[in-house]
Design a protein around this ligand. Structure first.
Ligand code: OGA
Ligand code: MN
Length: 284
């Protein structure tokens, strides 16, 4: 596939683009890698349809884009320690990633993003939502932008994946999917508004799952402003709802987007394979 034939078609929603004329099972040329990276930085999430890629091809694609960041908490795919399973079984109630979130914001060097592909889909449901953190930031007033531009926030993995987390309290239900609560020891401070490492644009960088509060603010003060930001940034006009099909791939940038798994397919299995790419330190 010639790299100059690749094209981006924006979704009908507030974030993301479909990538057309690309076959991810083929080795990617350096130009195509650059095109995909800058498309990712610009659109926040790239969607691909009708890809025929096995686990080796999934990993080869990821390795063209960067180093793989192995998630500490997810069970790996058999024989593929660098590929995480995102699984919900028919008898399980909770899905992984049900709240709006950004993966790995608790790491000092948060992951760039993930390449998620569908392996087994329910007969209906199981879509993934994405939201645009450039647009969410942009739509704030100049007054609030000024406040946020000078702030930093604390993020942690402890309350989500540690012994105190709901996931681990319901360990029977999440059994085999989320593990290693003793590894949930990550704490990080990041700017609340980051300059995106690829696009250079400003993006809001707090999320409901892992952000604890603003540095130097009380819990109550933080909660009030974070709730406002969470309500603001999840408005439908910033979002897109992606319907998975066999052969679909979504590649998102954690620094430009939030995502959320819709858990509306109880009694059926959904199995996705996820490879996460290493990121870099984030700056205001
Ligand atoms: C993830 C995640 C959403 C989904 O893999 O990080 O949040 O729809 N997945 O499975
Ligand atoms: Mn996630």
């Amino acid at each position: 596939m010639l790299s100059n034939s690749v094209s981006f078609r924006r979704t009908n929603g507030g974030v993301g683009a479909f990538v057309e004329n690309v076959d991810l099972s083929e080795p990617l040329s350096p130009e195509l890698v650059n095109t995909l990276k800058s498309g990712l930085g610009e659109h926040g999430v790239l969607f691909f349809r009708d890809q025929d890629i096995d686990a080796d091809a999934h990993q080869a694609f990821a390795e063209c884009l960067g180093n793989i960041d192995i998630n500490r908490f997810f069970k790996p795919v058999d024989g593929y320690p660098k590929i995480a399973e995102v699984r919900k079984e028919p008898d399980q109630k909770y899905a992984i990633g049900e709240d709006w979130h950004t993966d790995h914001s608790y790491d000092q060097i948060p992951a760039l993003g993930s390449i998620l592909l569908a392996r087994e889909l329910p007969s209906r449901g199981g879509d993934t939502m994405f939201s645009n953190m450039y647009a969410a930031y942009e739509a704030l007033s100049d007054g609030l932008k000024e406040v946020l531009d000078g702030l930093q926030a604390n993020h942690s993995s402890r309350h989500r994946f540690g012994y105190q987390s709901t996931a681990n309290k319901n360990s029977k239900d999440t059994g085999g999917r989320l593990g290693n609560p003793d590894l949930a020891t990550q704490d990080a401070v990041h700017p609340v508004v980051i300059t995106h490492p690829i696009s250079g644009k400003k993006a809001l960088y707090v999320n409901r799952a892992f952000t604890l509060g603003f540095v130097g603010w009380t819990e109550a003060e933080s909660k009030a402003l974070l709730d406002l930001l969470y309500n603001h940034a999840s408005q439908p006009e910033f979002t897109y709802r992606f319907e998975w099909e066999p052969g679909s791939v979504a590649m998102w940038d954690n620094r430009a987007t939030w995502h959320k798994a819709l858990n509306d397919y109880h009694g059926e299995r959904r199995l996705m394979h996820r490879i996460t790419l290493e990121g870099e330190a984030l700056y205001a």
